[in-house]
Ligand binder design. Sequence first.
Ligand code: HEM
Length: 456
Amino acid sequence: MKTVPTPKTSPYLQLLNWIFRPLEYMEANFQRCGDLFLARWGMLEWILVSHPDALKTILTQDSGDVVSAPGEVSAILKPLLGDNSVILQSGDKHRQRRKLIMPPFHGERLKVYADLIQNITRSLMGEMRDGQTFQARDLTQKLAMRVILQAVFGLHEGDRYRRLETLLAERLDMLSSPIASTLIFFPALQRNYGAWSPGAKIAQQSQEIDSLLYAEIKARRASLDPTRKDILSLLLLAKDDAGNGLTDEELRDELMTLLVAGHETTATALAWSLYWTHHHPQIKEKVRQEIEADGAIDNAIALTKLPYLEAVCNETLRIYPVAMLTFGRMIHQPITLLDYTLDEPGRLLVGCIYLLHRREDLYPQPQEFRPERFLERQYSAYEFMPFGGGARRCIGYALAMYELKIALGTLLTHYDLEMASDRPVRPERRGLTLGMKGGVEMVFKGKRSVPTPAMV
Ligand code: HEM
């Protein structure tokens, strides 16, 4: 049995490479070390796993005695999310919390949000002037924020909505540049060291956000309306097996969690999808034709069922997966992954989604954006996993896919957009996610005259 290879570079240099050049870091070590390698980032050690069979072994048993998915390993997120976030819970508590939160994100309940996503897309585009230049990333950021505020928080208008929209965007933006990302990896820097430290600004923002969130929770508890369909209303009514609901603190932390986990990720993915479909205009044309032939133009639910549109969204999430890694998993008993037997209890594993999605054996010419690959082949849950898997599989994956398909389908069919330049857009770290350098500059050419189904 072999020992898991490890890069020779010092742990702090590895950490800097991981922060500032994450793709080069992962690719170089995949070339050198292969399907598993032991990464050392400062004090932290993880085994990065990018082979589908090994991922399957880990993620099919990550709530058992051999491997677990403990929340403690994500402690760096505590200052942002709060102690009660589902991401920071472990074992039974984590399972129960997921059971409580998941229902509004699935099945029939989700359909309620389809029209809302389409309406938000249209209302944002309604604010644009013909010929206006804009950053796609700014547009999708606003869109994703409004979807969260309306679908998750149940806020539609008013001062609290507007203030939260601004404050939350500022709070997340503070962690978005590669330099600012170091704040996440060195939480001590987030502490308040006086008026001019980043920590002071974070503390003031967090306080204001908290008071707005608690005010909203209090107001909604006081007049519980069982007919409301937003996720906060459903969470206010939800009870666990013992009949207990969530406390105000738990609700506040889960709202922040859903916002942080669901906003940046979806906004970036949607901006990438706009980039790819305009960088390759023949792909945009093909999406339009599929939508128009189906008569799905004004039918948000119908948009979610179109195979080529789905393939474009999948390829977007494959080529630059917004979440490069899964959360950490911990070994408790010996486990065999490929040719390696890992027998050190406490050793941490993490799924490397980026390297998995770049494997030549699964995705020939992986650097090429080619949606057809998703129509030619069925990928297993461990070969294509933009939303992770196992015990911590993304809670919002169905909502995110809805948002991508409906917003992209609506933007491509109702509006004429163009890239402002032919220059390729490069990926760059954005906080904990993989974002883009610059924001994809585009030009709004105007509204399209949409063919009615009879004309197609
Ligand atoms: C394109 C958009 C998104 C991507 C790529 C994405 C990706 C992921 C990934 C990779 C994980 C970790 C899975 C693992 O460790 O196995 C995760 C977890 C999570 N995601 Fe998402 N996500 C997206 C959108 C959303 C949305 C819209 C929401 C909710 C509004 C959301 C809520 C969560 C939560 C709460 C978790 C933690 C689950 C747990 O700890 O049990 N995500 N997501």
